[in-house]
Ligand binder design. Structure first.
Ligand SMILES: O=C(O)CCC(=O)C(=O)O
Ligand SMILES: [Fe+2]
Length: 261
């Protein structure tokens, strides 16, 4: 194996909060920002990679699934970050849900929104199937909220421990066009003002994935928005039916949002 040529993702001087404080924050506030955790060089490398992919594909929406397995992508370096892995593993373990370090990372993708797809890719409210989701902003447009692609999140909106039936019921209720329209209307009436997470590149955002109802805001069509998503742990690891469904879903995860809207 040759040594990686990618920059180290984490800033050397970044100090993680204690896992107890972080766990408390996730349970009460619902969202944990690790401010300026990523190095300038790492974000710059991720941006170059996004630009390269945009050059190939043109200004449109796309996702790259399992991006951390692509050695040529700087995001692959994140897997080697022991400090980050230990931190997220501890948080997942603290939930009491069954997790193992080997199966910690369940899925990950790079998500790029550009050109005319910006509106159709906004307000796609959903729950992730992970215990913990890490969102890494790479490009976030500046400007007013409705053109910024920021995150809308209602953290801890439902408890962990959905079984297959209740999970499907939640999905049927929250992931359909009528609710999307109603939630959008709520947003434009200012009802989500406390739930806008203004994303800053170089920070990481953590939330309980399967508990948090979330979506991103639109961004202007002449801007690009790029995020990487890392999904850790499965709340239903011991349920064979859910495991089977989720395995299929992780394969399709990158396409789910792509095909909606
Ligand atoms: O790109 C984002 O801000 C959120 C994407 C997301 O929630 C997901 O891919 O599960
Ligand atoms: Fe998500």
């Amino acid at each position: 194996m040759t040594a990686s040529t990618h920059p180290a993702p984490l800033r050397d001087d970044f100090v993680f909060p204690s896992k107890e404080a972080a766990y408390e924050q996730l349970n009460t506030n619902g969202l944990l920002e690790l401010q300026n955790v990523f190095s300038d060089a790492f974000i710059a490398a991720c941006r170059s990679k996004v630009d390269e992919e945009l050059q190939k594909r043109g200004a449109r929406y796309f996702t790259i699934a399992n991006v951390s397995e692509q050695a040529q992508n700087p995001l692959s370096e994140l897997r080697n970050s022991q400090r980050l892995t230990d931190f997220v593993a501890s948080l997942c373990e603290m939930t009491g849900l069954p997790t193992t370090k080997e199966h910690l990372l369940q899925g990950n993708n790079l998500r790029v929104i550009a050109g005319g797809d910006s509106i159709s890719q906004a307000f796609n409210f959903h729950f992730d199937s992970s215990i913990l989701t890490l969102l890494l902003p790479i490009y976030i447009p500046s400007g007013e909220d409705v053109k910024s692609g920021h995150l809308l999140a209602k953290p801890n909106f439902r408890p962990f421990g959905q079984n297959i039936v209740t999970n499907l019921a939640w999905k049927a209720v929250y992931q359909n066009k009528l609710i999307r329209w109603l939630l959008m209307r709520q947003f434009f009436r200012g009802k989500w003002s406390k739930n806008i997470v203004r994303l800053k590149p170089k920070s990481a955002y953590l939330f309980w994935g399967s508990r948090t109802l979330h979506a991103n805001l639109p961004c202007a069509s002449d801007h690009k928005r790029a995020t990487a998503l890392f999904f850790f742990g499965r709340p239903n690891a011991n349920d064979p039916i859910i495991s089977w469904v989720e395995k299929r879903r992780y394969k399709q995860e990158a396409n789910i949002l792509e095909n909606k809207g």
